[in-house]
Design a protein around this ligand. Sequence first.
Ligand code: PCA
Length: 156
Amino acid sequence: MARVFVYGTLKKGQPNYFRMMDPANGRAEFLARARTVEPYPLVIATEHSIPFLLDAPGTGRRVCGEIYRVDQKMLEFLDRFERCPHWYQRAEVRLEVEDGDGEGENALRPGSIEEAFVYRKTTHEPEWLQKPTYESYDAYGDHGLKYVRPEDRSPE
Ligand code: PCA
């Protein structure tokens, strides 16, 4: 089992959440909402309006997201879906737990500092650093940047 912190389209209510809940992809169990300990730039970029956490700690904001406990099958699915390591890279990130779910053996205490994997981007266009940064990504937010799902993109 591994922990993954999602901050973009994989969060609840976002366009790719259903993929984490599809048993054909493996298992994902929600553990807690959390926020990165360090600030990072979370920007929306490319013509498909994709959210990216950039590997530039210390700039941007402390980013909000959700921690999930995933099995090996789901981790492999997410690596494929996020085209890791070519597109996103899976790295460890430090998180402060905001509120957890339940009291099970996997429950996380609010305020505790935890680690999880995150899909972040190490290479980016220099101008991405000039883009607005978000604390909490919402594909349907008033930025008006409409996320295009992989299956809806025209062939590259
Ligand atoms: N999916 C991953 C990375 C960005 C995205 O859209 C996530 O939600 O964390």
